[in-house]
Design a binder for this molecule. Structure first.
Ligand code: SAM
Length: 282
């Protein structure tokens, strides 16, 4: 039996059946367009036998497009009404038993998954997209690649190179785990209800080798946070506060890392932040 996708009318009918009024709190804008969900799955190169984790499956439109390829899905959904209904929707649409696992939880609290997924696919609400992505990349080392649909500003930040206007702590931290690129824009009209923000698709690939171990990552992220909390100040001031030292000591650390003492966080790559963390530890 082949898997069939959800149509726009069916999505509305499902919501009515569940008495679900899409809530802003959880960013519930459901995709009602088959081309969009298939495009996401294609960009993520999901293929038969892949193990995929989907965050926020909602009523299941993207979930069914993933399952259509023959991949298996672990879906993490915070809204229990939606999580409970999803297995039935999948069965009604020709999904074989065992291909879908649903975890009714806040994705930020998930620390174990039944399978070790290598692909992440998600249409994420604005307020949780960056924390959820960083949490999953940190917690699930088997994740190799993924495609996420996020608000345009978030997508631009994730993919921003050092020195660009939108480069910030999320960009530097995301670059720790992998490379990110904007992979397309999405019309507001593909959602129900129609959101008042623009969305983009962002694709990532995890680095083949981690930049460093967990201990160095934590110390690097602390420097990234300090640097961007005091965005207008020079990095040496933020670093001095973080180290509990003087500006001169901070300048010496920057010099040892090959970074100008007048540098600002927004100019530095994640490798340079790591270099500073290492120099501070010497
Ligand atoms: N994937 C569906 C689609 O494309 O139609 C729904 C996308 S909707 C933008 C976001 C979904 O994420 C909602 O179903 C919402 O309930 C869920 N969600 C929001 N915050 C979440 C969290 N912290 N953990 C898990 N799911 C969450």
């Amino acid at each position: 039996m082949t898997v069939t996708l959800l149509g726009a009318a069916e999505i509305r009918a499902l919501a009515a059946e569940l008495d679900v009024t899409p809530t802003k709190k959880w960013g519930q804008n459901f995709v009602v367009d088959a081309n969009t969900v298939r495009k996401i799955v294609h960009l993520a190169r999901v293929a038969d036998a892949d193990r995929v984790v989907e965050i926020g499956p909602g009523l299941g439109s993207l979930t069914l497009a993933i399952l259509e390829t023959g991949a298996t899905v672990t879906a993490v959904e915070i809204d229990r009404r939606l999580a409970q209904r999803l297995p039935q929707t999948a069965a009604d649409h020709g999904v074989r038993e065992g291909a879908l696992d649903v975890i009714p939880e806040d994705a930020l609290r998930v620390t174990e998954l039944p399978a070790q997924p290598e692909v992440l696919v998600a249409n994420l609400p604005y307020n949780v997209s960056v924390p959820v992505l960083l949490h999953f990349l940190e917690t699930f080392p088997h994740l190799q690649r993924g495609v996420v649909m996020v608000q345009a500003e978030v997508g631009e930040r994730l993919a921003a190179p050092p020195g660009s206007k939108t480069y910030g702590a999320p960009s530097a931290k995301a670059a720790w785990w992998g490379s990110w690129r904007l992979a397309g824009t999405v019309s507001r009209q593909v959602f129900w209800p129609v959101p008042n923000v623009d969305s983009v698709l962002v694709a990532f690939e995890r680095h083949e080798q981690p930049l460093a171990g967990e201990d160095e990552r934590r110390r690097t992220f602390a420097i990234v946070d300090a640097a961007f909390q005091q965005r207008r100040k020079m990095l040496r001031q933020a670093l001095a506060t973080l180290m509990g030292g003087s500006a001169a000591q901070a300048s010496a650390v920057l010099e040892a890392a090959g970074v100008a003492p007048t540098a600002r966080g927004e100019e530095l790559s994640i490798d340079q932040f790591l270099g500073i963390a290492r120099a501070a530890d010497r």
